[in-house]
Design a protein around this ligand. Structure first.
Ligand SMILES: [Mg+2]
Length: 219
């Protein structure tokens, strides 16, 4: 067997961004429905598939430019630019899988897009009075099925093994079947409750450190 060629899949909101940017935007532009539905998605009594669609499709399309403007200034977690350089130098692809909108990730990360392999998530159509969701990666339970993306895209990019970085409920299904998981915040608690091992992190310097120890580059 040759050297391991990992592929890194990272969540976006609350993982690459310092805060839960997507949830923040939903709360701002769909306040009533957010109050009702977001707690139910967190306690896992409402599926992400239903919840995220209802929330996004209750937002008026005229707000979309304003949403993008907010994302332009989303604070990025420490060490992200540095880990991109590190992964780039060892030819390890970083793929973003977001349970939110691809556009939000693209605009927030526009200076670094050249170092990101690809971005998968939701798209929206803004032609009607309200946003309408376009999801190419839905499963029975999720609008964006991260396990499906990990399997499909992971195979096309490299043989193995996938590494997942995440912070919350949208990462849970994928994390449970992923051999190496970096987790913080809610995801860390969900995994602890389920007895699934993970590496804790607070910033991307932590991730780079553990990653370089787990997957040393052959010299
Ligand atoms: Mg997240």
């Amino acid at each position: 067997m040759g050297p391991l060629k990992p592929v890194v899949f990272s969540d976006f909101d609350g993982t690459i961004t310092q805060e839960e940017t997507f949830v923040g935007i939903l709360r701002k532009f769909a306040p009533e429905k957010s109050r009702e539905l977001i707690p139910r998605m967190y306690d896992l009594t409402l599926s992400l598939k239903e919840g995220v669609r209802i929330l996004l499709e209750s937002v008026e399309s005229r707000h979309y430019p304003e949403m993008l403007e907010i994302m332009k200034n989303a604070p990025i977690r420490d060490g992200f630019n540095e880990i991109l350089d590190y992964l780039d130098s060892r030819k390890t692809p970083l793929i973003i899988v977001t349970g939110g909108l691809e556009d939000f990730a693209r605009i927030a990360l526009r200076p670094m897009l050249g170092k990101i392999h690809s971005i998968f998530g939701l798209r929206v159509n803004t032609d009607g009075p309200r946003l309408s969701v376009i999801s190419e990666w839905a499963s029975d339970t999720e609008l964006v099925s991260k396990p499906l993306i990990l399997e499909t895209v992971g195979k096309s990019v490299s043989a193995n093994p996938p590494v997942l970085i995440g912070d919350s409920v949208t990462d849970l299904e994928a994390a449970l079947s992923c051999p190496v998981v970096f987790a913080r915040d809610r995801l860390a608690r969900y995994l602890q409750e389920r007895g699934k091992p993970f590496l804790p992190f607070e910033n991307f310097f932590d991730v780079r450190q553990s990653f370089s120890e787990m997957f040393p580059v052959e010299s």
